[in-house]
Ligand binder design. Structure first.
Ligand code: GTP
Ligand code: MG
Length: 412
């Protein structure tokens, strides 16, 4: 799930890391992390050594290997010359002697944090002068991020918000050590995404509880275009809430599509749930009304109203949907969207929201969605929370949506 988003965010951290460290190297503002030799406290000496090393590097240019190897080698040499850090290229004899010379005092050793130790081992480097991330450092990379988010079907407004938020957090950020770059970028991205996906809203369970106190059922109506998973989701939720100890009743208000009443009846029979149904072609609003009355009379806690799939452009069917709302007075109208359709799902949700004022979203087929664009965008664009994610075709394949879980999926 969401592999594409995950990859894109990871790439952004990596690109920024390379950019800032390459720039720092060009400015001779880089050193292998480790103990700072007394010599390095003398800026003139530091500059001299770097200059000398640069000269050597110039002369040996043709012999240099690929970029990455080159950077490591150059940094290591500078580090060796200045007497901090260890070069992996030293021969063993030289290494022994140098290491002895540079053996840090016990006191200094203790001062080093665990993190720094780790850094030294993995060749992390520090900046001689503190490096401040500039707008120039981030602009190209964030532009690329924005494009790649759009490719992942992230809505344009959402991509803008992510990029602006990251820019705001990173520009002006002061960096001392190379791996701070990735850390800060990662934190900035995570913060941006968490702003996007954290939409206020009560859980369906807490709403059922609130209604129960009033002695009424929670009435939930499911809407969306054809084939997004409304009927399957109703089966899943009936099962989910029965397992929590509630008694649901289902309204077969898709009286329009051939086979729709049989399909939902198949689910309710399997699950042992009460279904209220009329003839095919009958008034769907009347079916929903009867189901609500039944639940009230029998003290059932939840009414799940299935409706026919309809295109947002079909005025007659959109009007019919408004009638079901007027008659059954649902407490919640949930738009069911197919995560795989990306931006289309966001567009449909916007149109249904305009027509009928939805309260929340369920995105289905998230199990097959590698892009993640709809999951990231839909709540933010319409300002309504995602309540559940459909993650498969079985009754158990439904997950109460949790922004922290989503962040974990994208940034783990
Ligand atoms: N992989 C996967 N498939 C799903 C999920 N939810 C639903 N489906 C499948 O999507 C297809 C359509 O599901 P339905 O529940 O019939 O969709 P609908 O919205 O009721 O369709 P209409 O009534 O025709 O509008 C079925 O094959 C379901 O098994 C899900 O979360 N993951
Ligand atoms: Mg259906």
């Amino acid at each position: 799930m969401f592999e594409s988003l995950k990859k894109k965010f990871a790439e952004t951290s990596g690109k920024l890391y390379n950019k800032v460290s390459n720039e720092a190297e060009e400015e001779n503002n880089i050193m292998i992390e480790g103990e700072v030799n007394e010599d390095t406290k003398d800026p003139q000496k530091t500059e001299d050594v770097i200059e000398e090393e640069k000269q050597k590097e110039e002369n040996n240019k043709e012999e240099k290997k690929e970029d990455e190897g080159k950077q490591r080698s150059s940094l290591s040499k500078i580090g060796d010359k200045l007497g901090f850090g260890k070069s992996k290229e030293k021969n063993s004899k030289e290494e022994d002697e140098t290491e002895k010379e540079q053996e840090p005092t016990q006191a200094k050793k203790e001062e080093k944090s665990e993190e720094e130790d780790k850094g030294e081992k993995s060749g992390i480097f520090s900046f001689i002068r503190e490096k401040t991330i500039s707008e120039k450092d981030v602009s190209d990379i964030l532009w690329e991020l924005e494009l790649s988010l759009l490719e992942s079907d992230v809505a344009i407004d959402v991509a803008n918000v992510v990029v602006e938020s990251v820019k705001e957090d990173l520009v002006g950020q002061k960096i001392r050590r190379s791996n701070d770059i990735e850390k800060y970028t990662y934190e900035a991205l995570k913060k941006a995404v968490s702003k996007i996906i954290d939409i206020d809203g009560k859980s369906m369970t807490s709403l059922i509880e609130e209604k129960k106190i009033e002695g009424k059922p929670l009435v939930v109506m499911f809407v969306g275009i054809n084939g997004t998973g409304k009927t399957t989701t109703i089966g899943k939720l009936a099962d989910y809430y029965m397992k929590k100890g509630y008694t649901p009743v289902v309204a077969a208000s898709d009286t329009f599509r051939a086979g729709a009443i049989e399909q939902i009846t198949h689910h309710t029979d399997k699950l042992g749930v009460k279904i209220v149904k009329h003839e095919k072609g009958s008034d769907p609003a009347a079916v929903a009304f009867d189901a609500v009355e039944h639940a009230k009379a029998k003290g059932k806690e939840l009414v799940l109203i299935d409706t026919a799939g309809r295109m947002q452009t079909n005025t007659n069917l959109m009007d019919e949907m408004k009638k079901i709302k007027r008659v059954s007075k649902p407490d919640l109208i949930i738009f069911v969207g197919d995560a795989l359709t990306g931006n289309d799902a966001v567009e449909q949700a916007t149109k249904f929201n305009d027509a009928i004022d939805i309260d929340g979203v369920i995105l289905t087929k998230a199990d097959a969605d590698s892009k993640g664009g709809a999951s990231l965008s839909i709540g933010y664009v319409i300002g309504k929370p995602i309540m559940f994610l459909g993650i498969g075709q079985g009754y158990d394949d439904i997950k109460e949506y949790d922004p922290d879980w989503m962040l974990e999926q994208i940034f783990s």
